[in-house]
Write a protein that binds this ligand. Structure first.
Ligand SMILES: NC(=O)NCCC[C@H](N)C(=O)O
Length: 305
């Protein structure tokens, strides 16, 4: 059996699913892309190649394994993008939540069915029909669950709105002892620099009590302020619009001390090193072209209690 337990973003990681770029197939048609950064690269002829992305993901897997993390990979579905495992399921406490996600991505779960088969069925929860939620929007953080979402007006308008109000309400009902806090995000289907695709594209806790944050990813100033008040200004690392676009908030914590970064994030690396973190660097610039990065491509199954 596979044990599942996650209560925050940074406790020592024991087991994780890391997506795969193998079998991703040809460059999609512009009309089939479901995020603005992919569209940009399809139009410019710079969409990433499978072989390059496979190399990047192998480098990430190596770092995880070096830190004694058990790494599961999806079974390959031909001609399907299976890189961003984060969104297709998530663990909170000892429950694996099977969410309802963007229909263009609904086959992805089949690649990790062999992992789900090893989890106690009593610990697997499927969401009700009206709920839409993707793991990139969901962050358990101690007594909180932080959730990126869109109210119906935006949810019905944008392909990049992936979590609805019903998703936030579902989590509040399922985890009544937690404070479930929703954050509306700024969305754009056309301009990647104006789009916070998921909460982890503009915010992520690191260490014990710190976080990386991009203010303009948040649609409502008071909701952003909630995080400033909670973490304290001195514990926040603010990133710029260009750094958000390069996905600087989408790093990945192996523990409260060790954070994996894209190798070009030199300003962030400097800040983290000054604050005493161990920074692991991996090349992930090709994957970044699809508006996802390190956190997006992982689905943590178990972190230490
Ligand atoms: N958690 C994340 O932000 N995942 C990235 C998903 C990127 C993918 N191109 C998508 O639009 O679903």
């Amino acid at each position: 059996m596979i044990n599942v337990f996650v209560n925050d973003e940074t406790s020592p990681l024991r087991a994780v699913i890391l997506g795969t770029a193998k079998g991703i197939g040809d460059v999609p048609n512009l009309d089939d892309a479901y995020d603005p950064k992919s569209k940009e690269h399809i139009a410019a002829g710079t969409y990433p190649k499978e072989a390059d992305m496979v190399k990047e993901m192998e480098a990430f897997a190596k770092v995880l394994e070096k830190h004694d993390v058990k790494v599961y990979r999806p079974e390959i579905i031909n001609d399907y993008n299976q890189i961003f495992s984060r969104d297709i399921g998530f663990v909170i406490e000892d429950k694996f939540i099977k969410p309802r996600i963007l229909k263009d991505r609904k086959e992805e779960i089949k690649g990790i069915q062999y992992v789900l088969d090893e989890i106690n069925p009593d610990q697997i929860v499927s969401v009700p029909d009206d709920v839409r939620v993707e793991g990139g929007d969901v962050m358990p953080w101690k007594e909180h669950i932080f959730v990126g979402y869109s109210e119906n007006q935006d949810f019905d308008k944008y392909i990049v709105s992936r979590t609805n109000k019903a998703g936030v309400e579902f989590l509040a009902k399922e985890f009544p002892h937690k404070t479930v806090k929703g954050f509306q995000l700024n969305k754009s289907d056309e301009v990647a620099k104006d789009n916070a695709l998921h909460l982890d594209c503009c915010f992520q806790p690191i260490g014990v009590n710190q976080a990386i944050i991009y203010k303009d990813g948040f649609k409502i100033e008071e909701e952003y302020q909630y995080l400033v008040d909670y973490f304290g200004e001195e514990n926040l690392i603010h990133i710029t619009r260009d750094e958000m676009y390069e996905m600087n908030s989408n790093v990945f914590s192996i523990s409260t001390k060790v954070v994996v970064l894209e190798e070009n994030f030199s300003r962030l690396a400097g800040i983290l090193e000054d604050r005493g973190f161990t920074v692991e660097k991996v090349p992930y610039a090709e994957i970044s072209k699809m508006e996802g990065l390190l956190r997006c491509s992982t689905l943590p199954l178990e972190r230490a209690h």
